[in-house]
Design a protein around this ligand. Structure first.
Ligand code: PEP
Length: 252
């Protein structure tokens, strides 16, 4: 099992208005989070300054949902890792399945993005996971390993200290179809073994592996009990303050 601190991320995706963000932040500020949990919330870029200013619960760090693969320049519509670091945004989510599927991000591209973001001092929540077809074909771990390898090929072993892996089966994201605790545990254990074999046993024992895919206030406790589940990456339920706080506190 992992020895790292429990970690929960909230991925707000492309949702919200100035008004809804304001009330979500208010709910988060009033929630009590266990001291020994790391939390990041990833608002859409336009709302990040507001969240940084108004979210005063010390447990929370702010994350971006994406960044560009290299330094800034003539890349219309993109935001660079340098800008995130400069704006005191410590975390970035990379390789989310929606970006892989909808924006054509390849394993190699995600690897390069991870490398560059780490070089700017950011912490990376690296998303991996299989589609339903891949699961049914029995290739779940092969897919995850290939996604991890593309990152490992371009980063150092020490870089993994600043990476959290988010295992998110594509078929469970936003579908209401959560992986069973046993299904998630099996893949998490496989991921940790891959880390031991391909990075180092020391990294494998401490790297944090989040589960993501339809986690909510009702199913988080059972999942959190699994040996190799070190936290969650939450989409839909992260937009509901009370539910998100419950999920953050599910380690106990
Ligand atoms: C996600 O987008 O990372 C996610 C896990 O979404 P949801 O919780 O809505 O399935």
């Amino acid at each position: 099992a992992g020895t790292g601190k429990f970690i929960v991320g909230g991925n707000w995706k492309c949702n919200g208005t100035a008004e809804s963000v304001k009330s979500l932040v208010k709910e988060l500020n009033s929630g009590k989070i266990d001291a020994d949990v790391d939390v990041y919330v990833a608002p859409p870029f336009v709302f990040i300054p507001r969240v940084q200013k108004e979210l005063n619960n010390k447990n929370y760090a702010v994350a971006a949902q994406n960044c560009w693969v290299s330094a800034g320049g003539a890349f219309t519509g993109e935001v660079s890792a340098d800008m995130l670091a400069d704006a005191d945004i410590p975390w970035v989510i990379l390789g989310h399945s929606e970006r892989r599927a909808l924006c054509g991000e390849t394993n190699e591209f995600v690897g390069e993005k991870t490398k560059y973001a780490l070089s700017k001092g950011l912490k990376v929540a690296l998303c991996i996971g299989e589609t339903l077809e891949q699961r049914e074909a029995g290739t779940t771990l092969d897919i995850c390993r290939a996604q991890l390898k593309a990152v490992n090929d371009v980063v150092t072993a020490a870089d993994w200290e600043n990476i959290v892996i988010a295992y998110e089966p594509v078929w469970a994201i936003g579908t209401g179809k959560v992986a069973t605790p046993d299904q998630a545990q099996e893949v998490h254990a496989g991921i940790r073994k891959w880390c031991a074999d391909n990075i180092s046993p020391a990294i494998a024992s401490k790297i944090r592996i989040q589960y993501g895919g339809s986690v909510n206030a009702g199913n988080c406790d059972e999942l959190a009990q699994k040996e190799d589940i070190d936290g969650f990456l939450v989409g839909g339920a992260s937009l509901i303050g009370e539910a998100f706080v419950t999920i953050c506190n599910s380690a106990k």
